[in-house]
Design a protein around this ligand. Structure first.
Ligand code: ADE
Ligand code: ZN
Length: 336
């Protein structure tokens, strides 16, 4: 391992953009398919990995939703979640705020309680085993309508004390944040945090909508905000955290090459950018691999990597004391 590799691995960090269904590795997909007697359209793990060749977000989503069909029982969701935390315990992750897509499961007859209790049990086990703290964010699928999002929101009500917030994901183009104004207002009124994917494939106008109509507390992706100087000023002035996902951006053709990734430009513009993995089982790497890819592609130095890690704790939905504790750990690491 090079000095930079071990620096990146050891760097205390938080992951703020991770879809738990996107951490389903092909090996676990096969194991769960076998256990649940589901026939996969692939003969081997190698064949699954070979299918992960995407030219845009929709290409990926079609395969990602198909893969999630193997998840059926609370135990399945528990194993999926604990596998993610086991993996990132080796990546220097101290805290994670993870997404789940309940509609992907409830629409095929899996009870909401099965999904969320399995994930919450995995999060609790990870805290016990690895000391990693975590929070859960419920995402609405934006290709469905707002009434469906409201149904999910109502289903989730008994668990409001155990989820940190709501998010918005799935096919961005043609599904502006404006579609979800009422359900996001209800989430805010219930005391939940609000985040949204915006500006991944969709235009800067969707980022404005996420800010002004959904009142988001954090922006997921946000790449295309860079096309709008006024929006850059707004995001920088408010120190809105951006959860940027370098390998995802490359694999979904949001950027043509890691050498052209805008991560350092975001920092230079004063944006609170962070590095995350999005769907690591599909995009070729967990969070440390995303740091490595960005660092290699853009020749980032250690000071920039520390800033990115600091931003992850500053952008996390942590209480003041916990945040300070993590920032102290980061400072100790950086000055060692
Ligand atoms: N669901 C899982 N990953 C996603 C992404 N990168 N964008 C939108 N929806 C998603
Ligand atoms: Zn995402």
């Amino acid at each position: 391992m090079t000095d930079m590799d071990s620096f990146i691995t050891g760097l205390p960090k938080a992951e703020l953009h991770l879809h738990i269904e996107g951490s389903l590795e092909p090996e676990l997909m096969f194991a769960l398919a076998g256990r649940n007697k589901i026939v996969l359209p692939y003969k081997s793990v190698e064949e699954v990995r070979a299918a992960y060749d995407f030219s845009n977000l929709q290409d990926f989503l079609d395969i990602y939703y198909a893969g999630a069909q193997v998840l059926r029982t609370e135990q399945d969701f528990f194993e999926l979640t604990l596998a993610y935390f086991t993996r990132v315990a080796a990546d220097g992750v101290l805290h994670a705020e993870i997404f789940f897509d309940p509609q992907t499961h409830t629409d095929r007859g899996i009870p909401f309680a099965v999904v969320i209790e399995g994930i919450l049990a995995g999060m609790a086990a990870a805290e016990q085993k690895f000391g990693i703290t975590s929070k859960l964010i419920l995402c609405f699928l934006r290709h469905l309508d707002e009434e469906a999002a409201f149904e999910t929101f109502r289903m989730a009500e008994p668990w409001f004390g155990r989820i940190a917030g709501v998010g918005l994901d799935s096919s961005e183009k043609g599904h502006p944040p404006e579609k979800f104004v009422r359900v996001f207002a209800a989430a805010g009124a219930a005391g939940l945090k609000r985040v949204a994917h915006a500006g991944e494939e969709g235009p800067a106008a969707y980022v404005w909508e996420a800010l002004d109509l959904l009142h988001i507390d954090r922006l997921d992706h946000g790449n295309r905000a860079l096309e709008d100087p006024e929006l850059i000023r707004r995001l920088a002035a408010s120190q809105m955290a951006l959860t940027v996902c370098p390998l995802s951006n490359f694999r979904l053709c949001v950027v043509p090459d890691m050498a052209e990734h805008p991560i350092d430009r975001m920092l230079d513009l004063g944006l609170r950018a962070t590095i995350n993995s999005d769907d690591p089982a599909y995009f070729g790497g967990y969070i440390a691999e995303n740091f490595r890819a960005a660092a290699a592609g853009r020749r980032l130095g250690k000071a920039q990597l520390v800033t990115l890690a600091r931003n992850s704790f500053l952008g996390a939905f942590l209480d003041g004391e916990t945040r300070q504790g993590y920032l102290r750990k980061l400072d100790e690491f950086a000055s060692a």
